[in-house]
Design a protein around this ligand. Sequence first.
Ligand SMILES: [Zn+2]
Length: 661
Amino acid sequence: MSVIDEVKSRLDIVDIITESVTLKKSGQSYTGFCPFHSNTKTPSFVVFPHTQTWRCFGACAEGGDLFSFIMKREGCDFKEALTLLAHRAGVVVEPPTPEATQQEAVQHKLFELNAAAALYFHQLLLNSSAAATTRQYIAQRTLTTETIATFQMGYALHQRDALKQHFMGRGYSEADLIAVGLLIQPDDGSESYDRFRHRLMIPIRNPKGQVIGFGARALADTQQPKYLNSPQTALFDKSATLFGLDLAKQHIHQKNQVIIVEGYMDVIQAYQRGARNVVAQMGTAFTEPQLKLVAGRHTQIVLALDSDAAGNAATLRSLSLARQWLPKKARPNLTTRGGVDYEAYTSQELYVAALPQGQDPDDVLKQGLAVWQKLIDQAMPALDFYEQIILKQTNLQTPQGKAQVVHELMPLYREIEDEVEKTARVQQLARKIGLDERLLIAELKNNPVKLAPTKTLAPQPVLNGKQPAPFEKAKTVPSGLEEYCLAIIITQPTTLVLANEMLEKHRLASLTMHDFNQADNKEIFRSLELWTVSEVPRFEILLDMVGELFEPKLKFLLNHWHRQLTLLPLEQIGRGLISCIIEMRASYCKKNINEVALLQQEMQLQGDYQSSHYYGAIATKHIEQLTLINLTQKSLSISGQILARTNNNNKPLSSSRLKSY
Ligand SMILES: [Zn+2]
């Protein structure tokens, strides 16, 4: 049994979830208010003890197993969730390989070196006579002794290799010093020397508080550049770092808000003035990994930008990109004509607070925390901000200008969750740029990704107050469908694209990680999605992508199915994938229908008619979805049988048969 299975077998999902959600027994299941979205009217969150899974039937429409729940609750990755749960279950996670141990030892030494260097610089700043002018500079910026100590600010001597001499006598090698970026090794092979000389040193830490690199500010006017960072090292990746997060994370959590400023001096000053949920990006552009550090949960993200940066093209581009990076959710939607389509929407908004002309955060904070807070409270949703700037910067008198505005804004409007808001925005835009709103609404709907409604569905049964529709009794989802699906993609990466195209033709959503219930399968699928579009998808690359944690599972998938799959013609494998996806969806859909119908009855018995009605509506929605799936299954002439169970008929599909797809 793998560690993952062992942990699952020892823990009960109901026990773990009741620690953070108040659950009420409703028939075989447990219901409660979803901890991941803020609706408190209906208990849309359901835990199913017999399958050890959970699902939110409300706004987030998410679900999964115990691991998925912990990952979402803690905002952590799979590995961290495993560590946490293994500890709870008393399961020992397998000892690391010798290479991993070796690597960890090296990393540990480098962390130690960075910590020692931070202390070395700090002591110099406090005590060295050479740092006198630097102490004056800091005094001018009104930083207190406490702040200097909190951020462990330091000073690098104005000498060629003072740091090198200091550390090489203390158990560190030249290679170590180069590895963390403290020394520069010239290309011509001449003597290495200190990277940071005569600079104000600011240690940069990871969220755990370990020093990963340094930011260094010039102290003389002649020094270039003004700010110098450590280079990219094994410990430091500036595009995935937010300065100050180690100190700010607790305050971010308390305030449910994170404020992102441009420079680390801004963070230090803000901290001293009492604004402690502030972090800084490390370069000019805001990156996806940086956003991921703070996205999730219900944290409001506010970018505090100076007025120059706020209006420039690079910032706008990164804003529009950042919106796309925010976690996306897929939500099944009932179309007006009775079909179901999946719509992706951004569940979190990014806000922008533009600082007054010519002021940096400290100028605002100097006027008091209340003034700062007011500025932050007035932050605009990035979309409004973006819209405002685009309209301001474009010449709306010309047809090209109008087209450009529509082109820039329409993709962002399509992501808006609320239909009323979406339409209102389009109408507003139509007025502002003087175009017929019908034209824009047509453009809005002209979304190639979105699936068209289907016309062929018969009127659906209404469930309210009646027996659940006569679908077969709920049974657990056949184990292995998820795994089989993954195995096919691993064996034949091209089948994923083909299957998705086919699904789209049948007005069904593409395969996403939400189709999987098991957190490890979700994670593997996420890697597979990237891997299948890589230039040459080789298995070794995939192993690297998923990491050692999922290596055993990947190998299992290959050993179990790969051989028989490679014997089959490509078309047949592709067909196998589609039928597998459809069967998986049908199976989950049936399960949901049965669960929800039971809940509906249960609520009615308890006299809670509002909830009963709510579940009835959800059941109807799922029944419609199942009908669509069944129709597709029929039209693909897949009689619910997946490839692995058919006889070993290797005859490729005839081309006429393929055309009918
Ligand atoms: Zn929810």
